[in-house]
Write a protein that binds this ligand. Structure first.
Ligand code: GLY
Length: 354
């Protein structure tokens, strides 16, 4: 069992992250000890509610059950959550608790950030992707017809409770989508500037079988390593003005893959792995790294048997990458590998890429 903490702006908002595999019927009590006010609203994924609703033990009146899927991260559900909170007469001291994957966390977090100009917020991530990425660091938001996450806020939670028991029932594809982000951390580790050497690449090699078979204590260790790396980055750059951009490794091209396939064909993690492969190829072509590092990376990626995604026409991908919210005027920004577990920021024009 680990307890990590995140310090944003030194002390302005520091919060604990608990990682354990305690029985799930103890989770509610653990959460209750962290509440400031008496009242709370639980926003819970429908799937998680079906599987674990009883054992978690929240009353029906305390829950807002959110259907699953990215399309639920919308204005309508945002409004509904706020209205439920108003009906329950939550005050600023009360808490919104998100139990689910990234969609639930992002949506409930954004509602928490704007309800009464900010109410307490607790994250309980139930997917590997949410455990290693979206539940930590304070990015919240909703999607619109104009794009994903274009409306949102940086809003840090008050606490994060990670319980690996939830990961048992993730389907294989959802588990692997989380592994896509895990693999990303291995390639950016040194650039995260963590105080200790975590050596995620070695951990992945030495524990491949245990990870694939979801050994609980191995998953705890794996999540702890990834979160330590994320904390190190977020503490240094909460609002993504510099260092935090490295967390977007694989995302420039990966987001284009997701958009090109209407967010239907591939999961986020699958698209990110394709984006990582694209970044390695681009770095070789631009003589930033030598081929041996790319072959090494291919081997790390191969261990987890991610879905193969074809190369889509580069002109179309460039157009989509130009529309990314992180694109600047004529340049497309990429985070590219520069050395083993190190990355840097590079800007290319359309011509450079063609
Ligand atoms: N998911 C990337 C970040 O939190 O910055």
């Amino acid at each position: 069992m680990a307890k990590l903490s995140v310090k944003i702006n030194e002390i302005e908002k520091s919060y604990p992250i608990f990682i354990n595999n305690k029985p799930l019927n103890t989770l509610k009590d653990d959460i209750m000890t962290r509440l400031e006010g008496k009242k709370f609203l639980v926003v819970i994924s429908e799937k998680v509610e079906k599987l674990y609703g009883k054992i978690l033990g929240f009353e029906k009146s305390e829950k807002f059950i959110l259907k699953d899927g990215e399309k639920e991260k919308n204005f309508i559900n945002y409004k509904k959550i706020l209205e439920r909170a108003l009906k329950l007469q939550l005050t600023r001291k009360d808490t919104i608790i998100a139990i689910g994957g990234g969609v639930v966390g992002d949506l409930a977090g954004f509602a928490a950030s704007t309800y009464m100009r900010g109410i307490n917020f607790i994250q309980v991530p139930t997917t590997l992707l949410a455990c290693v990425d979206s539940s930590v660091g304070g990015k919240t938001g909703i999607d619109t017809d104009f794009g994903k996450n274009l409306i949102g806020a940086f809003y840090q939670p008050n606490a994060v409770f990670i319980n690996t028991n939830f990961l048992h029932t993730l389907d294989d594809r959802q588990f692997k989508t989380g592994m896509g982000e895990v693999v990303k951390y291995a390639f950016i580790e040194k650039s995260c500037k963590a105080d200790e050497e975590l050596n995620l690449t070695n951990f992945l090699s030495e524990n491949t079988e245990k990870i694939i078979s979801r050994n609980l204590s191995t998953l705890e260790q794996l999540i702890e390593i990834c979160i330590k790396l994320k904390i190190s980055v977020v503490e240094k750059d909460e609002k993504e003005s510099g260092l935090r951009k490295i967390l977007n490794f694989g995302h420039t091209y990966g987001h284009a893959v997701e958009k090109f396939t209407n967010y239907k064909k591939y999961t986020h993690g699958e698209a990110i792995v394709k984006g990582i492969e694209f970044a390695f190829n681009l770095a070789v072509k631009k003589n930033i790294i030598d081929k041996n590092y790319k072959f090494f990376a291919d081997d790390v990626i191969k261990k987890f048997d991610f879905k193969t995604i074809p190369d889509y026409p580069i002109e179309k991908m460039i157009n989509l990458m130009k529309m990314d919210k992180k694109a600047e005027f004529e340049y497309i920004t990429f985070i590219l590998p520069t050395d083993y577990s190190e990355v840097g920021e590079f800007k290319f024009t359309e011509k450079d890429l063609l």
